[in-house]
Design a protein around this ligand. Structure first.
Ligand SMILES: [Zn+2]
Length: 362
């Protein structure tokens, strides 16, 4: 808003409205016992599953290596550089211990490109019409394995049964660990969670205490105004809170599914919840009809607000007195051109609207 002070609530969307009565205590109980049951199943799996002789990096590498060119010098080099590990060494270990092997000619034919498939078929006087799957089938049905090996020289890393078992085991453990982390958040034991996630105190989160404030904000304000009981509100906010401070434990995109699954198990159909007008009209304006996407916007909004709040608190702790809001990248707030400087205690909490791209600068 040009020429006008933004107060902290400016553009703040109102909460969702809830069309269902708060649920009964029994349904809540069932929702709470579900994760416990899940954990018991995982525990039994783990007890009887195969042992893992790979560390987290090796498992991470194993997740990504299937189907990668074996003729390449350094597969997954970007990943190895990012994680500071030696890919060749890991490959050697994975092959030596029977987790991966080189693909056979059938696999190589299947991974080949259409032009190569056609040229091989042509050379052997077979017709070259059809989709890729047809061409692959024709090659495998008519050309000997020996000839195929000669034509299709690119080979790939493929999983053995041992790898499939190991990955299943690793996924069970990741799920288990995920549930432990969610429990820590629900119990408010953020310090233990932080020690788990960032054992090395010199890491980013070890020095910046935005960690606690981010969690705290989400657990206080997540799904506020939805009409849910306090227990349910906090339980589903925990998924969002973990997502806000940890990208590594599981696929990032699953936290919304966890929320939906939890609500479903508590007898609440999230699709029947009525979204507040300001988010609905924002969604309509942008032709967003999908409930998942609308919830995604809501969750991202709260996560961003939590991070902003934590960031402002951190600035306060550092003794910063004034803060500028840079609106340049924000279509909604960009009207005020150069942004505005605020005393730190009067700064608006960003984002200030559903599509806000504003950032704080010092
Ligand atoms: Zn903005």
């Amino acid at each position: 808003m040009p020429g006008k002070d933004m107060d902290t609530d400016a553009g703040r969307p109102e909460p969702f409205q809830f069309t269902q009565p708060p649920m009964s205590g029994r349904k809540e109980m069932m929702a709470m016992t579900n994760p416990l049951f899940k954990r018991l199943v995982h525990f039994l799996h783990r007890k009887h599953g195969p042992g893992l002789d790979l560390d987290d990096h090796e498992i991470g590498f194993l997740r990504l290596i299937e189907g990668k060119h074996a003729n390449d010098q350094a597969p997954l080099s970007w990943w190895c550089a990012f994680n500071n590990v030696d890919g060749d060494k890991i490959i050697k270990k994975l092959r030596g211990r029977g987790y991966i092997t080189l693909s056979d000619y059938r696999y190589n034919v299947g991974k080949s490109t259409v032009p190569v498939l056609k040229s091989v078929l042509k050379a052997h006087h077979f017709h070259t019409k059809g989709k890729k799957a047809d061409l692959v089938e024709r090659v495998l049905a008519n050309i000997s394995g020996c000839d195929c090996s000669r034509h299709f020289t690119q080979s790939y890393y493929v999983y053995t049964q041992k790898a499939l078992d190991a990955l299943r085991e690793a996924n069970i453990r990741a799920e288990e660990e995920y549930n432990i982390r969610i429990d820590l958040i629900r119990r408010g034991d953020y310090a233990k969670l932080k020690a788990k996630l960032y054992p090395n105190r010199s890491e980013h989160w070890g020095t910046e205490d935005t960690f606690f404030d981010t969690l705290d904000f989400i657990m206080r304000h997540g799904f506020e105004g939805f009409g849910l009981s306090e227990n349910t509100r906090q339980d589903i906010s925990a998924f969002m809170a973990l997502r806000a401070i940890d990208y590594s434990s599981r696929d990032c995109s699953t936290y919304k599914n966890d929320i939906f699954r939890y609500l479903t198990s508590a007898g609440i159909d999230y699709r029947t919840l009525r979204v507040h007008d300001s988010l609905l009209s924002y969604a309509a304006k942008n032709e967003i009809e999908d409930h998942d996407e609308i919830y995604g916007i809501y969750c991202q909004f709260i996560i961003d607000r939590a991070r902003s709040t934590a960031e402002l608190n951190e600035y306060r702790r550092l003794g910063v007195k004034k803060i500028k809001v840079d609106t340049v990248a924000c279509q909604e707030c960009g009207l005020s051109k150069h942004g505005k400087t605020y005393p730190i205690n009067k700064a608006p909490i960003l984002p200030s609207c559903w599509n806000c791209r504003c950032i704080y600068t010092c």
